[in-house]
Design a protein around this ligand. Structure first.
Ligand SMILES: Nc1ncnc2c1ncn2[C@@H]1O[C@H](COP(=O)(O)OP(=O)(O)OP(=O)(O)O)[C@@H](O)[C@H]1O
Ligand SMILES: [Mg+2]
Length: 420
């Protein structure tokens, strides 16, 4: 078996002093744009006084080191039919290992794992790979995906995660087909709460991390729809001392990044809160943050939805029609108002993730259902009549056409440098 530095995955929060940033202070793009020459945009605030070396990160992480041969065996030679998904850095494969020894196991036995194999040509991918080991190798929380191990061999870079049987929130919201039934209102609220708890933990004094890439494809779901955050390749240590922000090259995914971060590169926990607001609107509306297939004026979800979110009676026009009558008026209004607060143009008016968690806790399991029935489908139809063109367009969009050989065929957002 591979070399395990810790006994399996130890539940351990990082000691912040031993958990410095800088391993990921400069990211290149997954699209091969390369490292920016604009390193001047990376201020001293993001460069730690004592950056940890790769060796230090790998040695201090509580995860196993696998050989390439072990992971090739565990995934049956990276069989194409075991691809769980593809991202900007490479493909994710399903595999099996023995529960206690972690040696490759026969398919269907032992423990299921998800193996992310980075495209070899991506030098930039190494930095994100290392950042993932740095953060997930030390942080442990029920709403963060568990990193079981990694492989670093010649040019090969792989990551081994716990398998999340229900895949990503992105698939559940936007992929059509018999396997992906629309998520119910209650499940959407459950997933929102789980993801919010994950972010709240990252922002807490224990972890002090800014996630920077919150989006639906990075929220993974276990068999009971518990949400776990994955992909810490863009994560950054939060500001230290009396600093209010860290300065970074602007990275992330279009449609999710906070306006002040895009404008200045100043990153705070409130940038994550904004991205959470975008995802909440995606969950409420069933629409993607950015979708060029929609009519002009509707490409950017937040711009389109904002006027509706501000009016308690108009929010029904943006709610996902597939939700039918599953929500109460007051529940929908509370969720919309929460999203609107998260999307405040001024960061200081956004709630903290702890505050978001408390509001979402009140929205679990229809606790508020007594406050009013859902408008009848007929009433909602009238409400949404203005929007019929967009619904027609959604019917035609690539989202619907999605599945080709089990692969997602719609345009997908992916993380990259947003400017520069
Ligand atoms: N631990 C896991 N268990 C099950 N499925 C997973 C797991 N990790 C990833 N996946 C699937 O693989 C897909 C690709 O993941 P990956 O993190 O490489 O890219 P992404 O998040 O979709 O996009 P990006 O590269 O922009 O972050 C995910 O969307 C998800 O469907
Ligand atoms: Mg991801």
């Amino acid at each position: 078996m591979g070399n395990c530095f810790g006994a399996k995955i130890k539940a351990e929060s990082p000691s912040h002093s031993a958990f410095t940033s800088g391993t990921n202070s400069k990211y290149g793009s997954k699209n091969g744009n390369g490292l920016s020459s604009s390193s001047s945009r990376v201020s001293a605030a993001s460069v730690p006084p004592t950056p940890r070396t790769q060796g230090e990160i790998l040695q201090s992480s509580n995860v196993c080191s696998f050989t390439f041969h072990e992971l090739r065996t565990a995934t049956r030679n990276f069989r194409p039919d075991s691809v769980l998904g593809e991202g900007g850095f490479g493909s994710v494969f399903k595999g099996w290992i023995e529960e206690h020894t972690f040696v490759p196991a026969k398919p269907g036995t032992g423990m299921v794992i998800a193996v992310k194999k980075l495209n070899q040509e991506s030098y930039q991918g190494h930095r994100e790979w290392l950042a993932e080991v740095n953060y997930l190798g030390q942080l442990s929380h029920p709403n963060l995906v568990k990193l079981i191990g990694y492989c670093l061999e010649d040019e090969q870079r792989l990551l081994v995660y716990e398998f999340m049987p229900r895949g990503s929130l992105e698939n559940h919201l936007f992929r059509r087909g018999s396997y992906f039934q629309p998520l119910s209102w209650n499940l959407r609220m459950k997933v929102a709460l789980g993801a919010a708890k994950g972010l709240a933990f990252l922002h807490s004094d224990k972890a002090k991390v800014i996630y920077r890439d919150f989006k639906t494809s990075n929220v993974l779901l276990d068999s009971s729809y518990n949400a776990k955050l994955s992909d810490f390749g863009l994560a950054k240590d939060g500001p230290t001392g009396d600093k209010s922000h860290v300065s970074t090259r602007v990275m992330g995914t279009y449609g999710y990044a906070a306006p002040e971060y895009l404008a200045t590169g100043h990153l705070t926990t409130k940038s994550d809160v904004y991205s959470f607001g975008v995802v909440l609107v995606e969950m409420l509306s069933g629409r993607r943050a950015l979708d060029k297939n929609r009519p002009s004026g509707q490409h950017c979800l937040v711009e389109w939805a904002r006027p509706y979110l501000t009016h308690k009676r108009k929010i029904f026009r943006i709610l996902d029609t597939r939700l039918g009558t599953q929500y109460s008026i007051s529940g929908a209004q509370k969720a919309a108002s929460l999203a609107l607060q998260c999307l405040s143009m001024e960061a200081r008016y956004r709630p903290t993730m702890n505050q978001v968690v408390s509001v979402l806790e009140q929205l679990q399991d229809f606790k508020d259902a007594s406050t009013g029935p859902v408008p009848s489908p007929a009433a909602k139809k009238t409400d949404r009549s203005l929007d019929s063109s967009s619904r027609r367009s959604r019917g035609r969009s690539l989202e619907e056409a999605a599945s080709v050989n089990g692969k997602v065929a719609y345009p997908r957002p992916t993380a990259s440098p947003l400017y520069g």
